[in-house]
Design a protein around this ligand. Structure first.
Ligand code: ADP
Ligand code: MG
Length: 237
């Protein structure tokens, strides 16, 4: 049994205001997000659930500043982050956000340690420090015996845990995860879940997690879903 998360503090960290995202497909608009309004509190663990194709990954990519919205605002501690140019936005993202992709996007020819060190090296941490941090977080996700294994030789579950470690190596303020337990057996999934909740208790990590895993969603503070391109709170206030 996994311990419940701490209650979120009341400080708003991220605000979505009238967020719109429209894709174009063969000249036709695909309106995925249609005015999402949502406040995310500092130190909360938020689950995003909902049917396939409803826009969960799109929402997460915009929250992670990986993609710009068609309209509306993403305010981060009151600052409209999409006013930053691409270079400043990339620096902001590297410093503040850890992202676990649905299809993990690891570098298959590199080993676990190298994959996890990568963001730290990009952030110009000295190599020994980057390695120390990467090793510590890989041990924490249970991959002590896989540090120098090439990622392409690891199982899907192990690869996903490398992706989680990579997202956390720079101790981000916010973790965004797209189905982080999707490829994991129940035991590995529970370990990832426990780690996210531990980091929340230890240092107030804010997590926004897209998941179909009911146990994981229920262990978080709130659940939202997307309906008709808008965010609807399912559980929690
Ligand atoms: N780059 C894109 N171009 C066109 N359509 C897209 C693009 N990305 C996503 N979509 C469409 O947007 C909708 C939402 O996709 P997505 O956010 O991946 O949904 P979910 O993660 O909830 O399954 C889907 O209909 C998908 O086909
Ligand atoms: Mg998705």
């Amino acid at each position: 049994m996994v311990a419940a998360a701490t209650a979120p503090s009341e400080k708003v960290k991220i605000q979505l205001r009238g967020l719109v995202k429209t894709f174009w497909s063969n000249g036709n608009p695909v309106e995925v997000l249609n005015g999402v309004d949502l406040d995310i509190f500092s130190g909360e663990n938020l689950a995003v659930v909902g049917a396939s194709g409803v826009g969960k990954s799109t929402l997460l990519h915009i929250l992670g500043t990986l993609e710009r919205p068609t309209g509306g605002q993403l305010l981060w501690e009151g600052h409209d982050v999409f006013t930053l140019d691409d270079q400043k936005l990339a620096a902001f993202r590297n410093r503040k956000i850890g992202f676990v992709f649905q299809f993990h996007h690891l570098l298959p020819e590199f080993n676990s340690l190298e994959n996890v060190m990568m963001p730290a090296l990009i952030a110009r941490l000295p190599r020994p420090q980057a390695q120390e941090r990467a090793e510590a977080i890989l041990v924490r996700v249970g991959l002590k015996e896989r540090l120098r294994h090439r990622v392409s030789t690891l199982s899907g579950g192990e690869q996903q845990r490398v992706a989680v470690a990579r997202a956390l190596v720079l101790e981000p303020e916010v973790l965004l995860a797209d189905e982080p337990t999707g490829n994991l057996d129940p035991r590995s999934g529970a370990r990832v879940q426990e780690m996210i909740l531990e980091l929340n208790r230890e240092r107030g990590l804010t997590s926004i997690i897209v998941t179909h895993n009911r146990d994981l969603a229920q262990a978080l503070d709130r659940q939202i879903t997307l309906i008709d391109g808008k965010a609807v709170i399912l559980q929690g206030v």
